[in-house]
Every structure is written in C-alpha cells, then in structure tokens.
Design a protein around this ligand. Structure first.
Ligand code: PRP
Length: 203
C-alpha cells in the first residue's frame, strides 16, 4: 500500500464524481508516478563510474530495466508516467474487456515479447475488482517465462486480492487503496466508477 498524503489527495480527486475526464487523467498520471516510485524501491541497481565536472563519482542505474504492460483501456492512462520515470524500459500491451454479464475478461489484444525469462515486468491497471482480468494478464506473462512480476493498481477490492493470492501465480501488488467490497455489478465500492470511461468517455 502506498500510504502517502499526496497519493491520497490524487485518489480523492479520482473518486470525486465531479472530476471531469481531463482532471481524472491528470490525477491518474500523478498517482502513477508515486506508485512506480514506490514499486521501484526494490529494483536491482548496478554502479558505474560517472565523470562530474570536478571528479569521478559512483553512478547508479537499473541493472535490469522492466517491461511495462498497460492493460487496455484503463491502464493506458498509467503508461506515459511510468515510461517517463523508467525511460529505459520497454512496453508490451494486453487488451482486456470485462463482460458486463459474466464478469469474465475477454482478450482482444496481446502484444508481448515471446520470451520474458529474466525480465522484470510492471503491469499497469488502475482497477483490481474480481481479479479476473489481472489473473488472465499475469498468466500470459508467466506462460512466457516471467517470474518477476509487479502489478500496479490504484484501487483493489479484497476479493480480487484474494483471487490473485490464491492463483499461485508469482506477483507483488502495489496499490494506493484497498476498498470495502464489490457490488452486484462487480464494481468496487466506494471505488471511483469505471476508470476507462472516466478517462476516455463511455463506450
Ligand atoms: C476494468 C479495469 C480492469 C478490470 C477489473 O476494465 O480496468 O481491467 O475491469 O475488473 P476485474 O478485476 O473484475 O477483472 P474493463 O474490462 O472495464 O475495460 P476498460 O479498461 O476498457 O474500461
């Protein structure tokens, strides 16, 4: 959990139904920066000599830049700020749409490197509700050999966390908040509504 006053204020803006699409996207960008910053705390680094105008100092860089995987659509709003903080990373894409009636994810796009062995992966999706979408996405990554997987989301429901924990899939979850429950439409309560619609408008 990223428990920080600035993260809480951006999340509050995202929750507020009066926040328009542009302001919602801006808050998501800023909050993503904070989530990536926290998630990257445990990234492996390596040192190398760097020449300052005065002398040689010890420089630091990521030993193994990650693959960023936004889950379309809603995860798209996290992609730019994650890439800005991790410019050396590369990006793959997974497109999933949750069926309104069955709540099962329907995959409509997949653009990932074939072999992910040894590559840390950062999955970006603002919402973890039932966990079906993220379980599907992480399984795709594991099938390609990924073992170091971090999922970044803004809001998680306890049922979704439990589902991912019980999936047996290797992953770490970084979130700004864990909400109370899911309603009968499998929306997070109190949540923030549909993160895709609130960024890009209704479908
Ligand atoms: C939302 C959200 C997650 C998923 C969460 O996307 O962005 O991907 O639902 O639900 P789950 O944990 O129950 O699977 P949605 O399928 O609505 O598509 P969108 O991003 O295009 O709006």
């Amino acid at each position: 959990m990223v428990d920080h006053p600035l993260a809480k204020s951006r999340l509050t803006a995202m929750r507020d139904e009066r926040t328009d699409n542009g302001a919602f996207r801006a808050a998501l960008h800023e909050l993503t920066t904070m989530l990536v910053y926290e998630a990257a705390r445990s990234f492996a680094t390596e040192t190398f000599p760097v020449r300052t105008p005065v002398a040689v100092a010890e420089g630091t860089r990521l030993a193994n830049p990650p693959l960023l995987v936004p889950v379309l659509r809603a995860g798209l709003g996290m992609a730019d700020s994650a890439l800005a903080l991790l410019p050396e990373s590369s990006m793959g894409f997974v497109g999933l749409a949750r069926d309104e009636h069955t709540f099962q994810p329907r995959a409509y796009m997949e653009s990932l490197p074939r072999d992910l062995a040894g590559i840390p992966v950062l999955v970006l999706d603002p919402m973890l509700a039932t966990g079906g979408s993220l379980e599907h996405c992480v399984r795709l990554l594991v099938d390609r050999g990924a073992t170091d997987i971090t999922v970044l989301c803004v809001l998680a429901a306890p049922a979704g966390i439990e589902r991912l924990a019980n999936s047996g899939l290797p992953m770490r979850l970084v979130t700004a908040a864990i909400d109370q429950e899911l309603n009968e439409r499998m929306f997070i309560v109190p949540g923030l509504g549909d993160a895709g619609d609130r960024q890009f408008g209704g479908m």
